[in-house]
Design a protein around this ligand. Structure first.
Ligand SMILES: Nc1ncnc2c1ncn2[C@@H]1O[C@H](COP(=O)(O)OP(=O)(O)OP(=O)(O)O)[C@@H](O)[C@H]1O
Ligand SMILES: [Mg+2]
Length: 315
């Protein structure tokens, strides 16, 4: 671990732990609790009461088909969508009705689906906007936080005055992660960060997220690239039409259940097995198992589908 990865944590338990599988603090206290959350849009209920918990230092995955409610779940946790019922707790405190900005101040960061980089703003302006909460609460910490992000992501330092829209897909992914990390979160919510990236950029993202984990940051991630996700997470949750269909430790993963619940075929089942067998191998390397990318299939009644996630892979 280098000084570069020293941003992103507020002195949580994992600080001094090396970058390895053993950095996971299995005995860590529960950092995030999601209990029976229900929400939706108009008369359409999207989340039908899923529950999950994330312990300090863990990396936990949420997988599921298009329209399963993964992003809605992340938005509910981040506080950008209201709950109809259920309960959320962060670091032991009830945050069910706590506004999004206050959740950021308490240590939550959100890397939204699609990255949401502002294309017409420079890299530094994007970071500055991301650091809104930090600057508001403690303006004096902003220069050091910005410097730490630039140290961690030298490419962003080089391109600090370039427009966000001019960056490659991989650089935009770095910017989206950096924009969340600049507030030094304890919990990072990462929604499909690898989507649309070329293999080389996916590998970079893998190392970035591993380094973030090594600094003690807890991660709850949604991934459509199952091979990629399974190499990072300790726990797997499968969301199916707004309900948890499967939940378990990745080391004791019931692959048949995974394949069955994700509605993916035998080929992917083999890919998953290969991925699990080579969990320390960066995605894209030959050992990591082929064919591990879940086909995007629309769940019945969903708005997602074949025309989502358009565009060629970009590095
Ligand atoms: N702003 C919205 N207005 C109305 N319905 C919405 C809205 N956002 C999401 N939905 C509905 O909620 C359901 C879950 O959407 P969500 O974006 O959480 O899916 P997802 O699991 O993240 O899928 P994907 O893998 O495609 O990102 C979908 O059926 C979608 O139609
Ligand atoms: Mg989504």
């Amino acid at each position: 671990m280098t000084a570069q990865v020293g941003l992103g944590t507020r002195g949580s338990e994992g600080d001094s732990q090396p970058e390895s599988e053993s950095c996971v603090s299995r005995s860590g206290k529960v950092l995030l609790e999601v209990e029976n959350v229900v929400t939706g849009f108009g008369s359409n209920t999207v989340l039908h009461g899923p529950s999950l918990s994330v312990r300090e230092g863990e990396t936990v995955g949420v997988f599921g088909l298009n329209g399963a409610g993964k992003s809605v779940l992340m938005k509910v946790i981040a506080g950008v969508l209201p709950l109809w019922s259920g309960r959320l707790a962060f670091d032991g405190a009830d945050i069910t009705r706590v506004p999004a900005e206050e959740r950021v101040a308490r240590g939550m960061g959100h890397v939204p689906q699609g990255r949401q980089v502002f294309p017409g703003l420079t890299v530094e302006e994007n970071l500055r906007l991301g650091a809104y909460t930090l600057r508001r609460h403690d303006k004096g910490r902003y220069p050091a936080a910005l410097a730490a992000v630039y140290e961690r992501f030298p490419v962003l330092a080089q391109k600090r005055n370039q427009l966000g829209g001019s960056l490659s897909g991989g650089q935009q992914a770095s910017l989206a992660v950096a924009r969340a990390l600049i507030n030094q979160p304890r919990l990072l919510l990462v929604d499909e960060a690898s989507a649309g990236l070329a293999p080389v950029a996916v590998r970079e993202l893998f190392h970035t997220l591993r380094q973030v984990v090594a600094t003690g940051v807890t991660i709850l991630m949604v991934e459509q690239n199952v091979s990629f996700g399974l190499q990072l997470v300790e726990k797997v949750n499968i969301l199916q039409m707004g309900r948890i269909a499967y939940s378990g430790d990745v080391n004791t993963l019931d692959q048949e259940a995974l394949v069955a619940h994700l509605g993916i075929g035998r080929m992917l089942g083999k890919g998953v097995a290969g991925t699990l067998a080579g969990r320390n191998v960066p995605p894209g390397a030959p050992e990591s198992g082929k064919g591990g990318k879940a086909p995007k299939r629309a769940a019945p009644g969903s708005r997602g589908g074949a025309n989502k996630r358009k565009g060629a892979a970009q590095g």
